[in-house]
Design a protein around this ligand. Sequence first.
Ligand code: SAH
Length: 263
Amino acid sequence: MAIDRLLDVALSTSDAAVEDGVVQELIAGAQELQISLKQEQLDALRRYQRYLVDWNERFNLTAITDDIGIQVRHFLDSISCLLALEPGERYGGKRIIDVGTGAGFPGIPLKIMCPAIKLTLLEATAKKVQFLEHLVEALELQDVVVIHGRAEDLGQDPQHREQYHWALARAVADLPVLIEYLLPLVQVNGRILAQKGESAPAEAQRSEWALSQLGGQLRRLIPVDLRGITETRYLVLMDKVATTPERYPRRAGMPSKRPLVVE
Ligand code: SAH
């Protein structure tokens, strides 16, 4: 707790001018995506950044540690998921699960942008879960549940199976594997969203079999250009059109060992 208090003091007395320059990049980048950021949202992100950098020195939570990198590659990239949500879904208290959230991406920035969502953060690594629990408390986020576990186990747990409106993930697994992690968790007519890089179209093509097995259907790929980043990012959006057969997800480790692809 002592460190937290020190950090809070540091927050209020920090070099605001340098930080403001960085925040301007985030604001401009969001504007390019037609997303506007309120002052309280910027403040929450700024606090998030401080905690991330501070904990990263001890726990190695992320490889991206520079200001601009965190603002653009973590925050802006996470916020870009808004492009896939209808306005009603942003404000309507939807149940969303972020699988393999790591240090909270994309789930926490999304929660900061859409306070009404009910967010579950799932993460397999204990030290990241510890960070997330601390962060949720420090940022005073409501309706956020942090779970230490694996997608394969949650997908077979009646408390979580087919319980969510949306499941999303960034940088967790190849798309056919990810589909087996995500689809069992959402209800029929729910959606899943994978944030991907330039391999998205090819990964989507290789995912047809996995989707057909698990009750999913490709909806669309939304290309996203992030300010200052040359690589095109993609939001791969899929619908759940039928109940997932009970045998999926297979036991922990199997989806990645034997992905549902037709070679
Ligand atoms: N989504 C974050 C973290 C990506 S790293 C980001 O984009 O920054 C991938 C994370 O997924 C790791 O923290 C890893 O522990 C977690 N992970 C991998 N497989 C998982 C599984 N089957 N269930 C839950 N978490 C998993």
